[in-house]
Design a protein around this ligand. Structure first.
Ligand code: B12
Ligand code: SF4
Ligand code: SF4
Length: 416
């Protein structure tokens, strides 16, 4: 690798940033490749169990503790952002049961797009100096991405923990290239959260126990994407209609509450039907249909059983009798996870048809966990539909139950 004067470093830094912006990355910044500033906080966070079942965050601790452990001789972390904001679609006028997908996941998988582009950028840097070594990461590597991005001046940690840029808000992904070349480093920006606590107050599951700290076990994003098993019962109702990820804490943030600045990347724009996906259609998908529909999409991470589990919960929260047939069919799904959440949803909806479907399923169900869910759902119907129960008094009126006060976004930008 060539040796660099201060002037060479300035020139190379400007060239690389210019190239990165030309490739569609923004914001762009550079940080020195020292140990992460919040390493102690990270260890503390893990020790409190806030990572839930995300074992990969505990693996490779040594590699995560310093970029030099993944790329010997690393001097610089080139940090880039990529906007994934979406145009707000018109609210569908029909009464179809619809769920909500976080706006980051409505298009193609950003990992593929950003990885390929950052590798091209690294190749270009190596044409300037073939001696430079580099390593590209987007999300999946042992790198505390927000820590380096904050150090590179891409934004400040919001109290919801996402990085916020003063002009661009927080709807951007992060990616980075570790480099063995020294560059001219950017400065971190000031925290502009001030006394605001809107994100913490709006979170339906109280997943932000204190500013800048997230308890994944409670976060809807974790529950709908990362958690592989059953959704703990106290959180199901609070998930509302979110079936993949959650945007509430970012939607309420004043730094995001302006006109959408839709992503310029065609592949990140919402695929047809993912702006407001139809829940009954999702719940009826077999493995072939799921694989076909979500090829190249981040949603494949939840797998068919995870997504159908989430769709069943959202139907339960809608609480509408017209959804009983599709949930009844799901009681015969091959996956116990889907059957048990369909049972929960039927218990929420209640009424004689839901009760009949559950009783019939109880007779043939062999999985112990599903049997338990069916039992609890039948008990729920008995209590809620009985005299003085929450539905018993309403049975004269339309057969719907109200969602929990938190189960929908409490502000005008809730549906887009
Ligand atoms: C695990 C993970 C999750 C987990 C845990 C999230 C979390 N907050 O830790 C779950 C599944 C819940 C999740 C959810 C989401 N995620 Co995520 N996730 C990650 C991942 C893989 C690791 C994050 C991590 O290490 N967490 C552990 C905590 C301790 O570290 P941290 O989040 O960096 O927290 C720092 C601050 O809290 C800070 N800090 C602590 N105390 C204090 C105090 C003060 C005063 C200050 C200033 C700072 C500070 O130090 C910590 C260490 O750096 C990163 C990619 C990566 N490799 O970094 C993506 C990443 C953070 N996720 C991302 C996204 C987009 C999301 C979602 C928005 C997706 C969605 N809509 O559903 C949500 C947001 C939920 C939320 N409110 O955070 C983006 C964030 C982009 C951005 N602009 O910030 C990342 C960077 C992926 C990417 N490459 O783009 N995610
Ligand atoms: S993503 Fe949703 S559940 Fe998670 S912290 Fe934000 S508002 Fe709470
Ligand atoms: S909502 Fe308020 S507290 Fe939360 S990240 Fe935005 S500015 Fe900070």
């Amino acid at each position: 690798m060539a040796t660099y004067s201060e002037n060479d470093k300035r020139k190379l830094t400007a060239q690389i940033k210019h190239k990165a912006r030309g490739m569609g990355f923004s914001p762009v910044g550079v940080a020195p490749a020292g140990p992460p500033e919040h390493w102690g906080f990270y260890l503390d966070w893990l020790s409190k169990g806030y990572a839930g079942q995300m074992e990969y965050l505990v693996r490779n601790l040594d590699r995560r503790s310093h970029p030099g452990k993944v790329l010997p001789g690393a001097r610089t972390v080139l940090c880039v952002g990529m906007n994934y904001d979406q145009e707000r679609g018109a609210e569908p006028a029909d009464e179809r049961p619809r769920g909500r997908i976080s706006r980051y996941a409505r298009g193609d998988d950003y990992h593929d797009l950003m990885n390929a582009r950052l590798k091209r950028l690294l190749g270009w840097i190596q044409t300037l100096d073939p001696g430079v070594k580099g390593r590209v990461y987007v999300d999946t590597g042992p790198v505390l991405e927000r820590d380096f991005a904050a150090r590179a001046g891409l934004g400040w940690f919001g109290k919801h923990t996402n990085l916020i840029h003063k002009r661009k808000g927080s709807w951007f992904f992060l990616g980075e290239i570790l480099l063995t070349v020294p560059l001219v480093y950017d400065r971190p920006v000031a925290d502009h959260c001030g006394t605001c606590t809107l994100c913490m107050d709006a979170c339906p599951t109280d997943a932000i126990p204190q500013p800048y700290v997230l308890d994944s076990n409670r976060c809807i994003s974790y529950l709908t994407i990362e958690l592989k098993g059953a959704i703990p019962r106290p959180y199901r109702e609070k998930m509302g209609d979110w079936i993949y990820g959650c945007d509430i804490c970012q939607e309420v943030c004043p730094w995001n509450r302006k006109q959408a600045r839709p992503t310029a990347e065609p592949s990140l724009k919402a695929r047809a039907g993912l702006d407001a996906p139809e829940l009954d259609e999702l719940l009826s998908m077999d493995q072939t249909a799921f694989s076909r529909r979500f090829r190249g999409s981040p949603i494949k991470r939840a797998r068919r059983r995870g997504l159908l589990r989430n769709a069943a919960v959202a139907l339960g929260n809608r609480g509408t009798a017209v959804d009983i047939p599709v949930l009844t069919a799901a009681l015969s799904d091959g996956e116990p996870l889907v059957r048990s959440h369909a049972a929960w949803a039927l218990g929420r909806i209640g009424g004689p048809d839901a009760r009949r479907a559950l009783s019939e399923a109880a007779g043939s169900e062999t999985d112990e966990t599903v049997r338990e869910e069916i039992g609890m759902a039948l008990d729920e119907i008995d209590v809620a539909d009985g005299p003085g129960g929450r539905r018993g008094r309403k049975r004269e009126g339309p057969e719907t139950s109200k969602p929990d006060k938190h189960s929908r976004v409490p502000h005008a930008a809730s549906r887009h």
